[in-house]
Ligand binder design. Structure first.
Ligand code: B1M
Length: 216
């Protein structure tokens, strides 16, 4: 197989034998970010389709996810860092309560922190109380919530209402992302509920753009 297809296939098969060598070969031809976006995420999309249609079982999805994580970890030192360490602001980032998906969230962490922000990455299954506590402790400039399950969209809604109730909506702009969300859902169904600013980020780059806009 050509290298790009081989990399996508490795993600689908959850096969990390020789992964680093393939990634190094790819790095000689294109930037790390393009490898993630063009090749690796394509593999993850296929995994989602196979799982969704019942052609792939959960343990294999997990293996694919582990391979994806190893690949991203290998590429991370090669990602362009502009303004790194410039202290542009602080983002508290979490996967919401009840949701274990963290590959996308961790990509957001990598992209945003490589571009001059401090990211406090709380991990998965985070209740709103933990998110608020971290935001207060770290004097966050924004809160980012990720979720991939449909039920996570309801959790996000509750979290926004909780921030309202605590009088914190004006203090924290909120970025929302993850495959369960759509822009119309966030703009039409969630934004109106929140007393502050809430924005949808399609991918990690839009997350970075939104942070830049918030801090401008
Ligand atoms: Co699960 N899973 N999974 N899964 N999984 C999905 C989400 C699903 C769509 C698969 C499917 O059915 N086709 C489906 C959800 C269906 C639904 O809710 N309607 C699903 C399910 C059902 C489940 C379980 C319930 C399965 C079960 O147990 N029976 C279970 C959930 C457990 C739980 O959360 N309580 C489960 C478990 C798992 C694994 C553990 C095996 C594994 C996750 C491993 C891990 O993350 N460490 C897994 C995986 C890998 C997937 C799929 C296949 C791939 C997700 C992924 O990593 N994509 C997924 C299928 C899919 O998404 N179509 C699926 C790559 C990643 C880069 O994309 O996270 O969307 P994503 O991030 C993007 C953008 O969304 C955005 O930036 C990234 C790109 O730059 N983004 C943000 C994300 N967060 C952001 C935050 C921002 C800004 C941008 O600012 C704050």
């Amino acid at each position: 197989l050509p290298l790009a297809e081989r990399l996508a296939r490795r993600i689908v098969d959850g096969n990390d034998k020789g992964l680093d060598a393939d990634l190094d070969e790819a790095l000689a031809a294109k930037p790390a970010l393009e490898i993630i976006n063009d090749d690796l995420l394509g593999g993850m999309r296929t995994v989602g389709e196979l799982f969704g249609s019942g052609q792939m079982q959960l343990p294999f999805v997990l293996q694919s996810a582990e391979t994806m994580k190893k690949a991203v970890a290998h590429l991370e030192p090669h990602l362009d860092a502009s303004d790194a360490g410039a202290g542009k602001g602080t983002l508290v980032l979490a996967t919401v309560k009840g949701d274990v998906h963290d590959i996308g969230k961790n990509l957001v962490d990598i992209i945003v922190s490589n571009n001059g922000y401090t990211v406090v990455n709380l991990g998965i299954k985070q209740p709103v109380s933990a998110i608020v506590e971290a935001a207060e402790e770290h004097h966050a400039d924004a809160i980012g919530m990720s979720g991939l399950l449909v039920k996570s969209t309801l959790v996000m809604k509750d979290n926004l209402l909780e921030l309202n109730a605590r009088g914190l909506a004006g203090r924290y702009p909120v970025l929302l992302g993850g495959a369960a969300l759509t822009r119309p859902f966030v703009d039409e169904d969630l934004a109106g509920l929140y007393d502050g600013t809430v924005r949808y980020a399609r991918d990690a780059f839009e997350g970075l753009e939104l942070m830049d806009a918030i801090m401008a």
